[in-house]
Design a binder for this molecule. Structure first.
Ligand code: NDP
Ligand code: HEM
Length: 500
């Protein structure tokens, strides 16, 4: 073959032999001067980067967000104007499993979106559920520890999970969704995505509105039962990758309808629930969803590591016309993700092509590891500080969101005091038909297999407070389940408990 390329070292020099180590005599030993041998081994040792501390197992694809509705009176965001088309990346994930975990496991699914807008990257780093297990970021590391492996047994611990949940009634809403049919979707195409937090929209007139983002699947909801998922996992651990990647290769492009719920700024003072509480939804009857556009995924990554593993999503990435809200979980996330990326990917993670904005970028950060953009990003070597008199990049006051009135004494407020953790899970429970309820009870009974009785009872007392039928149903399912092999992997928290 004449057009075959020459293999080179990373420094560009032709490699004379890629089969045989350079040795002293045919039997060895190897010579230290075999630079290419050492180079290959050294590179292999550095092929892995830290996996995400959560959401390690994921599946992603590229696509487009097309705006078909008109919410221009609420926001100046260019990507949300009628007719706008914005290239985007989606990465779906499970929360708890490591990179090699099976796809078809019961877990919340991440639904992370990066929109490459004209005004910079807008990331919506949501889940397939509209609420979360905790409402205070102070508890996030504790919660995640219960989802990951026990430090001694190195196994996942249902005891730890239910211990934490039963002591955290704010988790009831999310636990109910997790244990319902929607806790185990068949593939990414068959689930909704939610921005989950309350964000804000603001317009040129300086008016602010609170907003919730929803992405409704156009493929319809499809779920596995635990038993079906066991069968799938026995066949393949990669069922989501097969479905998403394989579908797009075949020209089947999944779509979601983007909807928003809009709340006038002043309403936040009067709703019976805290609209910035991540364990609550805004009832549709109060704030009806408005159709805004369509998101379609239509292109697979050419290289999984470069474009999906290297993707760095962050709730801190907002653009003019979109803002944060007083949700204290959101503030913590605004800090946490960029910090995670600097650790996982490196200081200049935004220069990795998949993370690069598709608009001009000018800033005064400089040097450091991975600085591959040749110094500072100001377009002028003399403009390496600010303010300067050499016409260096300068702030744009039109990107400043309107002022937000806040008040209150600095204190550590008890978020459980006077908070109703039961009404919304009850509204959800009341939506379920008999079959859905029966599966909810059975899934909970299976997930509780092997945990201490006092923890189970403490949790079931919370279910009783949601609805007497909920607690009764779980009790009955547990009685039926007793002595049966659990449908999902259940391990005791400690070897002592295993022996008991
Ligand atoms: P609505 O009847 O107007 O809305 C019900 C919502 O529940 C729909 O968005 C529907 O999603 C979703 N839903 C249906 N079945 C399930 C399920 N098994 N697991 C999770 N979500 C499901 O009622 P409200 O707005 O008054 O909300 C009632 C309850 O519905 C809430 O307490 C909450 O638990 C749940 N919910 C509410 C959402 C909201 O933003 N208001 C969003 C998602 C859930 P779909 O249209 O895709 O079928
Ligand atoms: C991933 C922190 C709550 C959705 C991550 C990562 C961190 C993190 C550190 C790994 C990032 C990386 O290495 O790339 C936190 C903290 C939270 C929180 C501190 C609470 C205070 C939430 C909530 C949601 C969410 C409430 C959804 C509503 C996600 C998703 C990913 C992720 C989807 C994966 C993103 C991707 O695909 O790369 N989170 N998280 N997280 N988180 Fe959170």
């Amino acid at each position: 073959m004449t057009d075959r390329k020459t293999l080179t070292t990373t420094a560009g020099s032709p490699v004379p032999n890629n089969q045989d180590t350079w040795t002293a005599g045919p039997r060895g030993p190897a010579l230290l001067q075999d630079y290419q041998l050492i180079e290959k081994l050294a590179h292999q040792n550095r092929e892995r980067i830290p996996e995400r501390v959560v959401h390690a197992k994921g599946w992603g694809a590229f696509g487009t967000l097309t705006i078909t509705g008109d919410i221009s009176r609420y926001t100046k965001a260019k990507a949300l104007q009628p007719g706008a088309q914005t290239p985007m990346l989606a990465r779906f994930s499970t929360v708890a499993g490591e990179m090699g975990a099976a796809d078809a496991e019961r877990d919340v699914r991440g639904f992370a979106l990066k929109f490459y807008t004209e005004d910079g990257n807008w990331d919506l780093v949501g889940n397939n559920t509209p609420v979360f297990f905790v409402r205070d970021a102070y508890k996030f590391p504790d919660f995640i520890h219960t989802q990951k492996r026990h430090p001694k047994t190195n196994m996942r611990s249902p005891t730890a999970m239910w211990d934490f949940w039963s002591l955290s009634p704010e988790s009831l809403h999310q636990v109910t969704i997790l244990m319902s049919d929607r806790g185990l979707p068949v593939a990414p195409a068959f689930m909704n995505g939610y921005g989950s937090h309350t964000f804000s929209l603001w317009n040129d007139a300086g008016e602010r509105y609170w907003v919730k983002f929803h992405f409704k699947t156009q493929q319809g909801h499809k779920h596995f039962t635990n038993e079906e998922a066991d069968q799938v996992i026995a066949r393949t651990r990669e069922s989501y990758q097969e479905a998403l990647f394989g579908g797009i290769e075949k020209g089947e492009f999944p779509r979601w309808t983007l909807q928003v719920q809009i709340m006038p700024e002043a309403d936040a003072e009067t709703t019976p629930y805290n609209p910035f509480d991540l364990t609550k939804v805004w009832p549709h009857a109060d704030y009806p969803p408005i159709d805004v556009g369509v998101m379609e995924l239509n292109r697979n990554a050419e290289n999984y590591f470069a474009e999906i593993e290297n993707a760095a999503f962050s709730p801190s990435n907002i653009v003019p016309g979109i803002g944060f809200s007083p949700d204290k979980m959101l503030q913590a996330r605004v800090f946490s993700y960029a910090d995670a990326h600097r650790h996982r990917l490196g200081t200049h993670y935004e220069t990795i092509p998949v993370n690069q904005p598709r608009c001009p970028v000018h800033h005064y950060h400089r040097d450091g590891q991975m600085n591959v953009y040749g110094g500072i990003k100001t377009g002028n070597p003399d403009a390496y500080y600010e303010p300067n008199s050499v016409n260096g990049p300068f702030e744009d006051k039109s990107a400043q969101e309107p002022p937000l009135r806040i008040s209150g004494d600095a204190a550590r407020y008890d978020h459980r005091e006077g908070n109703d953790d039961f009404s919304q899970p009850r509204a959800l429970f009341n939506l379920f038909d008999d079959g859905q309820k029966a599966r909810l009870f059975a899934n909970i009974a299976a997930a509780m297999g092997g945990i201490p009785e006092e923890i189970a009872e403490r949790q079931i007392a919370l279910f009783d407070k949601v609805h007497p039928d909920y607690g009764a149903g779980v009790r009955k399912a547990r009685a039926e389940f007793a002595g049966r092999e659990p449908a999902i992997s259940v391990t005791p928290a400690t070897p002592q408990q295993a022996a008991e």
